[in-house]
Design a protein around this ligand. Sequence first.
Ligand code: ADP
Ligand code: ZN
Length: 297
Amino acid sequence: MLFGGIEAGGTKFVCAVGDEKKNAIKRTQIPTTIPEETLARVIRFFEGFELDAIGIGSFGPADVHPKSPTYGMLTTTPKTAWRNVPLMQRIHDRFRVPVGFQTDVNAAALGEAAFGAAQGLDSCLYITVGTGIGAGAVIHEKLLHGLSHPEMGHILVRRHPNDEYPGRCPYHQDCLEGLASGPAIEDRWGEKGVLLKEREEVWKLEGYYIAQALMQYILILSPQKVILGGGVMKQELIWVHIRQYLKELLNDYIDFPQLSSRMDDYIVPPQLGDDAGVKGALVLADQARQEAKGRGD
Ligand code: ADP
Ligand code: ZN
């Protein structure tokens, strides 16, 4: 059995062909330029393989609702050349196999659940802190999905009393993403996060907000592992402050070692690094195959 996995990102597409165990037997990266060019290269990569199913984890916003008429399409993405591109349909039209379609964050969550930091557990939460803040929750190998996919980056947090930065979310202004995303850091401190490494106050404030969000996610979902990825999480200092604030906030209310002495092993970076998305896309492919089989397609 062979699966195709596509992590469709705003700067690059990572594609892999995986065997039955989702081990990548071939892999490539293709720059995201204009849709015609990028998709032609993606299709060329998979040609010559007898794929059983394909999974796509896509940048967005994209429509991930199977019943919607625009399912599998990129919608209001800021990358204007990609607006209204029926990404899933294009791939399906060419290969005629079941295609699974999810957000990039959800695909990465599935990848980490199946093969990464949460391997062997029944549940996990994967959060990315980068250009935006988003999260995917996996329970028994399935993504938590309801009316839509969760939008955990836009929850409200208590403002730090000394923080005068107004926030930059176009919808909610000072929601978590508005206050703590990579662009918010750059806006507030006047420099990109990567150049603020030595500025403890930057990462302390960042930890203050992310810890509040984690407290809410943990209280609501009770995941067995919390995985934090994305560019901003590459800063070492942030981890110390997140764990410290979180311990203070929870205040031993939940009596589990994961939330006290063993927090270092509970709130962790992704184990698959940059491969989480494409690995998750291979899992999505398998799930799409099984669903199609269940429907008798
Ligand atoms: P994206 O979210 O676009 O997929 P990233 O996860 O790399 O990509 O997030 C990009 C954001 O993270 C930018 O705002 C960037 O300034 C910030 N960022 C990237 N690398 C670092 C770093 N090492 N330290 C702090 N901030 C970073
Ligand atoms: Zn918001």
